[in-house]
Design a protein around this ligand. Structure first.
Ligand code: PEP
Ligand code: MN
Length: 263
């Protein structure tokens, strides 16, 4: 169902009034984690003004350490909903369990399956049953084939609204948090009709590398970007070092050529 051989035309996934697909460049931006109503509202207003069409923010955080901030859960989802409505942005939030999924579908427009849950097949099947648009991130060490099979799990349940997100893979290189596999973009374009988003924030873990790789992703044919933005990166409860300030994000949006991928 995800194979381009049987579906040669590239798909466009709609999330409310936002389209993700070959004719647009969709920018999703927002904090790593929802930390407070003010933080997410302020960020929503800033990223909307800069040119984003979707607000990201985690309310269920899959943290490496159990002692790190785990997210505001349902309260955070409510803050996302309020900020999305106020700024006229569609919203996307990660779910880490079936329980979180059941709650999140009441608050957000799109569900994110994070890298750590890419092969959580029970979760994929449940997301498939909901029919809600879903962004499936690549697993930390997943091959493209494993990733496409994970997408197939969702589509096989009747939910064709799947977008893939390359967010870097584990390699021997330590200069960046992960290694952005930009070659995945043209490979996916050859293998599947599903839209492809690139997340240069989690791929690099370093603020200064987000802008150059955003441009590279578009040049490689990505249908959009997911970028972490925070009102005060040094105060962030998670992923501060890779989060852009409002000013950085503004500058990035000003320098992006949304038509580059169509050329
Ligand atoms: C995220 O986008 O909030 C996140 C945790 O990313 P990943 O699953 O790619 O690590
Ligand atoms: Mn993050």
């Amino acid at each position: 169902l995800t194979n381009k051989k049987f579906h040669p035309e590239d798909s466009t996934i709609t999330v409310g009034n936002v389209s993700i697909g070959p004719k647009t460049l969709t920018i999703m931006a927002g904090p790593c984690a929802v930390e407070s109503a003010d933080q997410v509202m302020e960020t929503a207003m800033a990223v909307k003004k800069a040119g984003a069409s979707m607000l990201r923010g985690g309310a269920y955080k899959p943290r490496t350490s159990p002692y790190s901030f785990q997210g505001l859960e349902e309260t955070g989802l409510q803050y996302m909903k309020d900020a999305g409505e106020a700024a006229d942005l569609r919203t996307i939030c990660e779910v880490t369990s079936i329980h979180a999924l059941e709650i999140a579908v009441k608050y957000v427009d799109m569900i994110q399956i994070g890298a750590r849950n890419m092969q959580n097949f029970e979760l994929l099947k449940e997301v498939g049953k909901t029919g809600i648009p879903v962004m499936l991130k690549r697993g930390l060490s997943a091959t493209i084939d494993e990733w496409l099979n994970a997408a197939e799990y969702i589509v096989a349940e009747g939910n064709a609204n799947v977008v893939l997100c390359e967010r870097g893979i584990r390699t021997f290189e330590k200069a960046t948090r992960n290694t952005l596999d930009l070659s995945a973009v043209p490979v996916l374009k050859a293998k599947t009709h599903l839209p492809v988003i690139v997340d240069p924030s989690h791929a690099t873990g370093v603020r200064a590398y987000v802008a150059p790789l955003s441009k590279a992703a578009i040049a490689a044919g990505a249908d959009g970007l997911m970028v972490e933005v925070h009102p005060c990166p040094e105060c962030a409860l998670s992923d501060g070092p890779q989060s852009l300030t409002f000013e950085d994000f503004n500058q990035l949006c000003d320098n992006l050529d949304p038509y580059a991928k169509l050329a």
